[in-house]
Design a protein around this ligand. Structure first.
Ligand code: NAI
Ligand code: A1CAB
Length: 263
């Protein structure tokens, strides 16, 4: 099965790196992007197949991954539509582009899978939403979903939930990195090097996430276990909430969703 990427920017590169690390052969991955200088060196590095234009790439692919920016997605779909057919699956990563938007260009019978991955797919730890108007357990959809299962977890959600998912999982790695950086900077304030402080902060966040995933307790229960009566943790927690940590996070998610809905 050949998988072709139309657009090889940050997200496509993260997915491809995750795929190659998790059992896909570079020789089965075709790439074309607007700037040859970018995708050719990337293709060489991972032994991928560079293709000169979008039409030839689609022609040679069983799964076509649309990985361009939202403002040009419809133009690119219009360009490739004559090379698509019902034996091929279109997988879109494009924020805000609905299954119906794609079928309006490609035809109602074209299999399309809308997804919203996040950059952590690069290390096989992504969280990806998937949806179509068909049963995802059947061919050719299952092969598309399998890509995202190999490079993390996937979840089927309704299209109405995509803006909220995009904020909670697509954008949120940036917010978690910000938290790690803030924790690390606090460490620097108290004398650790940035490198050591970041190593400590990242391990704490990774371990805490694993604890939430594996514990039967809810996060608030885990918070209470760390907070000894009259102790240091509760003093820190109250100071963070006085500075508005939880409210800041929710407001950030609100702004992310509002921006997606305006586009
Ligand atoms: N960056 C992220 O964390 C996430 C991005 N997405 C979605 O993925 C898509 C791509 O985003 P990024 O990779 O961040 O953008 P990017 O700007 O890094 O990559 C877009 C790529 O498309 C290429 N391109 C432009 N015009 C083209 C054309 N006519 N034909 C072929 N390639 C063309 C560009 O050369 C560039 O390499 C967007 O629609 C975005 O909504 C979805 C989830 C997460
Ligand atoms: O910032 C963006 O537009 C994309 C959507 C989800 C993550 N990055």
């Amino acid at each position: 099965m050949k998988i072709g990427f139309v657009g090889v920017g940050n997200m496509a590169q993260a997915i491809i790196k995750g795929m190659v690390e998790n059992g896909y052969n570079g020789s089965d991955i075709l790439v074309h992007s607007a700037h040859k200088s970018n995708y050719e060196s990337f293709a060489k590095e991972l032994d991928l197949v560079p293709v000169d234009n979008n039409l030839d790439l689609v022609d040679q692919s069983d799964i076509v991954v649309l990985a361009v920016k939202p403002n040009i997605a419809l133009i690119v779909l219009d360009e490739i539509k004559d090379k698509m057919d019902q034996t091929k699956l279109l997988v879109s990563l494009v924020s805000g582009l609905s299954v119906n938007d794609m079928k309006m260009v490609l035809g109602q019978d074209q299999p399309v899978l809308r997804t919203m991955p996040n950059v952590n797919v690069e290390i096989g730890a992504g969280m990806t939403a998937v949806v179509s108007d068909q049963n995802l357990d059947t061919a050719p959809y299952a092969a598309g979903v399998e890509i995202f299962e190999k490079i993390g977890s996937s979840i089927e959600i309704s299209e109405d939930d995509f803006p909220a998912f995009s904020a909670l999982a697509g954008s949120s790695p940036a917010y978690v990195y910000l938290f790690i950086d803030a924790l690390s900077r606090a460490g620097v304030k108290y004398g650790f090097t940035k490198e050591t402080a970041t190593k400590i902060a990242a391990q704490v966040v990774a371990g805490s996430a694993k604890m939430v995933q594996e514990s039967e307790d809810i996060p608030y229960g885990l918070i209470d276990k760390v907070s000894s009566p009259g102790g240091t943790t509760v003093a820190g927690l109250l100071a963070m909430e006085e500075a508005g940590l939880s409210t800041a996070v929710v407001k950030g998610i609100d702004a992310t969703i509002a921006k997606e809905l305006r586009e």
